[in-house]
Design a protein around this ligand. Structure first.
Ligand code: 3HC
Length: 308
């Protein structure tokens, strides 16, 4: 990698040009994108599990159909993102091996249990709400395939968020039991949703180079602030209380949260707390259950391969 190549690349980023798969790029740009996009894809696939376990227990056919559509969308998001990572030279097999072996990260939020049906609504409101803030930011990123995948994913994510919010508002206005179920879900998902957007900027080692190369257009804390400023007023308006006694508005009107327990975050990311083992075991079982399909496809490919 010559200084001239780097200078030309940085100039392209400054001009706001999209970097495409065949273009020259620093090895670190490629590595960072494979890291980020593959973890994003893993998050979508693992993210199907917490909600998927409620499909058979939905309270009505309408809710069941909505949840099925949402979980299917997450699978599709995972496919777009694995494809985006493949445009950088990553192989599907290597990425899946990294996930199944426990070596790859996926979003901490999906290691939390879904204890009641209201969790499905709260995941839609908070988790998809946070994902929209993050993914809308990434829709402007400098790597073409990733930014285009984000545009498509964000439009589907908006449906995910709205269905969750509509469900929670209904329960918050419902019977005392429904309101309590919604409040319990908020109490359990509020802090994990704030943590999902990543460590504070001062503790975010990847942010520097990601920002310099136009991958991250907003910092972790800026995206978290956007999330707070939109969703705090709406949750309060729904009659719910937010489990942060230090939450307050500053003089500019921004909502300021109390200290985040980053020891919990890292324990969940490292699999020391939460359902990491169960989530990986479910994925490993699904991979084993699908082995016959892969064997059949490779046998078919071998039989139909053109003879030399
Ligand atoms: N869960 C697990 N690991 C996390 C994390 C989280 N919520 N937030 C940060 N980390 C990890 C990072 O991966 C990094 O570790 P690594 O260097 O070994 O990969 C380390 O913590 C330090 O964090 P950084 O802030 O330096 O890392 P990033 O600059 O990559 O920022 C991020 C973290 C904001 C999550 C960024 O990676 C990102 O924007 N990723 C793409 C979006 C994404 O992955 N979203 C996950 C949710 S998907 C989803 O919500 C689907 C929806 O349909 C529900």
């Amino acid at each position: 990698e010559t200084p001239e190549q780097h200078a030309a690349f940085e100039a392209r980023i400054q001009r706001g040009e999209k970097i495409e798969p065949g273009d020259w790029m620093p090895a670190e740009y490629r590595r960072q994108l494979i890291r980020m996009i593959s973890q994003h894809a893993h998050s979508e696939v693992v993210g199907m599990l917490p909600e998927g376990e409620w499909i058979t227990r939905a309270p009505s056919l309408r809710r069941k159909l909505i949840l099925m559509a949402k979980v299917q969308d997450e699978a599709g998001h995972g496919q777009y993102l694995y494809h985006a990572a493949e445009t950088l030279g990553a192989t599907r097999e290597a990425m899946l091996d990294a996930l199944l072996s426990g070596q790859a990260k996926y979003s901490s939020i999906f290691n939390y249990p879904t204890r009641s049906w209201a969790d499905v609504g709260m995941i839609g409101w908070l988790v998809d709400g946070a994902a929209i803030k993050n993914q809308t930011m990434l829709a402007g990123c400098s790597y073409g395939p990733y930014s285009r995948a984000m545009v498509r994913i964000c439009s589907e994510e908006t449906f995910h968020h709205k269905q969750g919010k509509e469900m929670i508002v209904t329960y918050a206005r419902g019977t005392a039991g429904q309101r309590q179920m919604a409040q319990d879900a908020l109490n359990r998902w509020w802090w994990p949703a704030l943590m999902m957007l990543g460590p504070h900027d001062a503790d975010s080692p990847n942010s520097g180079v990601l920002t310099r190369w136009g991958i991250k257009l907003k910092s972790n804390d800026e995206v978290r602030q956007q999330f707070l400023d939109e969703h705090v007023p709406e949750l309060l308006e729904a009659g719910l209380s937010i489990p942060d006694p230090l939450l307050h508005q500053d003089e500019q009107g921004h909502w300021r949260h109390g200290p985040i327990d980053w020891s919990e975050f890292w324990a969940v990311v490292k699999g020391e707390r939460g359902l990491n083992r169960e989530r990986l075991a479910t994925r490993q079982q699904a991979h084993q259950d699908g082995a016959w399909v892969r064997e059949a496809m490779s046998a078919y490919a071998a039989r139909t391969a053109p003879t030399a």
